[in-house]
Design a binder for this molecule. Structure first.
Ligand code: ZN
Length: 319
């Protein structure tokens, strides 16, 4: 049995994960951005201790074999350090070293999308594939790559920074400080920012009614629903999103030649809508002709995919 820890932008989810990838006793720790990283890590240690000491009575033959952590950011897989995470504001956090000082089991740290890819490989959409890619569409863009049936972890751990590959100039800078990152074209934030820009430029739209006329309250869900309902401005934003998603996927195909790409994350609730439009585009856009032989599907694991993947990291990578 492992403990999986999934660090998100709004909360940290942790719980037990069996060797078969079954999650149990999940609990949440709110991600308080006002709190310092050190005090949040102390809270996390306390929570791991609490669940490790109290819950096992309910689990048959419990033995903790490791702690796996998925974090949205750049990691050094060898030292288990989170180098930087622009979206949660953490920098140089020695997660592995700190947690191994408190617990007598190995700790494995990985990018959260890579951990989710591992869960999808074991139990979800990537199951049975040899070469495949999981792409997370959320407030940030992450990815996990499977090569020869195994999670690819690269040399140091920079394999999943698909969101920060530069694909063109954009009208605002990325959280990482660069301009033109894929993340600023196809994340939920990107979708909202571009829609706001269109509205500010004078395009009329009915979707502002959902946000009670307050442009600052626009969210990705409202834009996606607007696009589904045929709102012209929301559709313009959606079409731009599809264009750059296609470019991002085309780059992934040119780099890894995967048999399958699974799309997950917050926007995957609109997975059919997104994938259907994307497939139409691939059919008729010569620039995307390299994508034609790659299957594109929705990710399968809806609940606790990040948590399960984090736990399973220990099964394959604990040292
Ligand atoms: Zn970036």
């Amino acid at each position: 049995m492992y403990i999986g820890v999934d660090v998100g932008t709004t909360k940290i989810t942790l719980g037990f994960v069996s060797e078969n990838g079954e999650a149990s006793f999940p609990s949440n720790l709110p991600m308080n951005r006002a709190q310092t990283t050190d005090s949040l890590i102390l809270d996390l240690i306390y929570m791991i201790k609490t669940i490790a000491e109290t819950v096992p009575l309910a689990l048959y033959n419990f033995k903790l074999m490791g702690i796996g952590i998925g974090v949205p950011g750049l990691i050094d897989k060898n030292s288990g350090t989170l180098i930087s995470s622009p979206n949660i504001g953490w920098k140089n956090v020695q997660l592995k070293e700190t947690l191994e000082r408190h617990f007598t089991v190995p700790v494995v740290v990985e990018n959260d999308s890579a951990a989710t890819a591992l869960a999808e490989l074991e139990l979800g959409a990537l199951q049975g594939t040899k070469n495949s890619v999981f792409i997370n569409l959320g407030a940030g863009i992450g990815a996990g790559v499977i090569i020869d049936g195994k999670l690819y972890r690269g040399n140091k751990g920079r394999t999943t920074e698909l969101g920060h590959t530069i694909i063109g100039e954009n009208f605002y800078d990325c959280n990482c400080g660069k301009n033109g990152c894929l993340e600023t074209f196809i994340s939920t934030t990107a979708l909202v920012n571009y829609t706001k820009k269109l509205i500010e430029e004078g395009n009329t739209t009915s979707i502002l009614d959902q946000a009670k006329g307050d442009i600052s309250k626009l969210d990705a869900k409202t834009v996606m629903e607007g696009a589904k309902n045929g709102d012209a401005t929301a559709l313009m934003a959606f079409e731009r999103f599809i264009k750059y998603l296609g470019i991002g996927i085309s780059n992934v195909v040119n780099t890894f030649d995967p048999e399958l790409i699974a799309i997950g994350g917050e926007l995957s609730q609109y997975g059919d809508f997104i994938i259907n439009r994307l497939k139409e585009k691939i059919q008729f856009d010569n620039n995307l002709s390299n994508v034609k032989d790659t299957r594109i599907v929705k990710a399968k694991l809806v609940n606790h995919a990040g948590l399960i993947g984090a736990g399973l990291l220990c099964k394959y990578f604990a040292e």
